[in-house]
Design a protein. Structure first.
Ligand SMILES: *Cc1c(COP(=O)(O)O)cnc(C)c1O
Length: 234
């Protein structure tokens, strides 16, 4: 293990933990109400190993091939692996083999393959439904549209091999994240009326974790602030 990399990650992680604690305090919430998932995409298994040694328990990945290899290399660490990326239905069963949580369930077509994968591994899979925060009328990227959330959430909740744990969202680029997370709060309130036990709200990344925490996030997904800038894909 590189001592320099260890020290860098340790310092960065301390900074992020302080940011989260300060944001919780500012929002009148306890700092134990918000968990940090460190997004390790593009970074090697050796970094994941360092993070585990620094007390990280949850890591996030967004590309299947990379995640499958890294989670196998790090099997001895006892980490919880969150799959946070776009999901093809023909890969979903394979993701369920190593993921502890799939945060990016955004269409009914994923339910069957995720459930098959969970059944094959012999334990239910924790799922978050990813909801789109793209302003109405703009181009829609990942996430179920708020109008279609009720049906999708009911489909996940009704499957015996899937556990509906809550919602995930990403603030759209080019908009004040607070406005997006305010819309999210309204969506979350309606969602929890139907699913009171599904209390997870995964929102907030390096750039907007403070705004997300003030709007009720229970989990933040932080990459760059801990690991540094990712290599750009050519
Ligand atoms: C990459 C990614 C993150 C982490 O983003 P940073 O800006 O590096 O903190 C969080 N959530 C999702 C869905 C991502 O793809």
């Amino acid at each position: 293990m590189s001592q320099a990399r260890h020290d860098e990650l340790s310092t960065n992680l301390d900074d992020v933990r302080r940011r989260v604690a300060a944001a919780c305090a500012a929002a009148g919430r306890g700092s134990d109400e918000v968990s940090i998932t460190v997004v390790t995409k593009f970074f090697p298994a050796s970094d994941v190993r360092i993070l585990a040694g620094l007390g990280v328990t949850d890591v996030g990945e967004n590309r299947h091939q990379e995640a499958v290899e890294k989670s196998a290399e790090c099997e001895d660490l006892g980490l919880r692996w969150h799959y946070i990326g776009g999901l093809q239905s023909n890969k979903a069963a394979a993701v369920a083999a190593y993921a502890d949580v799939v945060e990016s369930v955004d269409r009914p077509k994923l339910i069957g393959p995720l459930a098959r994968g969970a059944e094959a591994r012999g334990r239910p899979l924790d799922c978050l439904v990813q909801v789109s925060l793209d302003p109405p009328g703009t181009q829609h990227r990942a996430g179920v549209l708020p109008d279609d959330l009720t049906a999708l959430a009911a489909g996940v909740a009704g499957n015996e091999f899937l556990n509906l744990r809550g919602l995930m969202a990403v603030a759209p680029l080019g908009e004040d994240p607070r406005a997006a997370f305010d819309r999210l709060s309204v969506i979350v309130d309606r969602f929890r009326a139907d699913h009171p036990g599904a209390s997870v709200l995964s929102a907030g990344m390096t750039q907007d974790m403070e705004e997300a925490i003030s709007c009720g996030a229970t989990h933040v997904r932080v990459g760059r602030a801990v690991l540094g800038e990712r290599p750009t894909i050519k």
